[in-house]
Ligand binder design. Structure first.
Ligand code: SAH
Length: 236
């Protein structure tokens, strides 16, 4: 696969068509806004501290995670293939007053010129939108400094995740637009762990991220059946 081809044009179009609403907390992006404090707390815990760290956010979209990391004094670069999302992300910096370097690139192309540059690479809720997630992970690993951390999140693949992440979230509760996710692109933690091991990485942590429809709130915990986060570092 060449450096620019691990992209599903239909997925990029889907995000471009709603890009103006990235910062609207009542839009399709509401779930990402709601889980963001939990994700940042998770990343901060794994990394111990974010201040001064060089972080690359892969599939940054409108910058929801990138800005929260920059607020904690990290030096953040965000890459995405959706040009309109990057425009929104850059415009939002005028409002937030933060500094983030946003680039339109695949992670594979970015890794060619930036090998071993980052303390942390984050790639959240993006792997399930690309044709070849293993290629994204391999490139992300090349971008890490020897003591760097790779932080991933995606959706597990099993009957419960089908019922909750697709039927529940898209059809019953209407948390996400229909067609946001495709079940066959979901990734089991064991599959992600195998790809990480194949890239010389050691798994440091797996944590679940669950939604409670009664309280309408999210929490981190042991239940990795639907959405989960994973941290890996280079094996020594
Ligand atoms: N990581 C962000 C956004 C998740 S939405 C967050 O969790 O808040 C998925 C993002 O991945 C979208 O912005 C989409 O444009 C981007 N994306 C999809 N395929 C991509 C690819 N091949 N390269 C870079 N970004 C991609």
């Amino acid at each position: 696969m060449s450096l620019e081809t691990n992209v599903d044009a239909a997925e990029i179009d889907k995000f471009q068509s709603i890009a103006s609403r990235w910062w609207d907390r009542d839009s399709e992006f509401k779930p990402l806004h709601e889980i963001n404090p939990l994700r940042v707390a998770y990343i901060e815990k794994q990394a111990q501290s974010l201040a001064g760290k060089e972080i690359l956010d892969v599939g940054c979209g409108g910058g929801i995670l990138a800005e929260a990391l920059a607020q904690r004094q990290a030096k953040v670069t965000g890459i995405d293939m959706a040009e309109l999302s990057l425009k929104v992300a850059r415009l939002h910096l005028h409002e937030s007053g933060l500094q983030i370097d946003y680039r339109q690139s695949t992670v594979e192309a970015f890794a060619e010129k930036n090998a071993a540059r980052f303390d942390i690479v984050t790639c959240l809720e993006m792997l399930e939108h690309v044709p070849d997630p293993a290629s994204v992970i391999a490139a992300a690993c090349r971008l890490l400094k020897p003591d760097g951390l790779l932080i991933l999140s995606t959706l597990n693949r099993n009957p419960k995740s089908f019922a909750l992440a697709i039927i529940g979230a898209e059809y019953v509760l209407g948390l996400l637009p229909r067609g946001t996710h495709e079940y066959k692109k979901f990734i089991k933690p064991s599959e992600l762990a195998a790809v990480l091991r194949a890239n010389g990485m050691r798994l440091c942590d797996t944590t679940g991220l669950s939604y409670n429809p009664i309280t309408r709130s999210y929490s981190l915990g042991r239940d990795i059946d639907v959405n989960y986060l994973m941290t890996a570092c280079l094996d020594d």
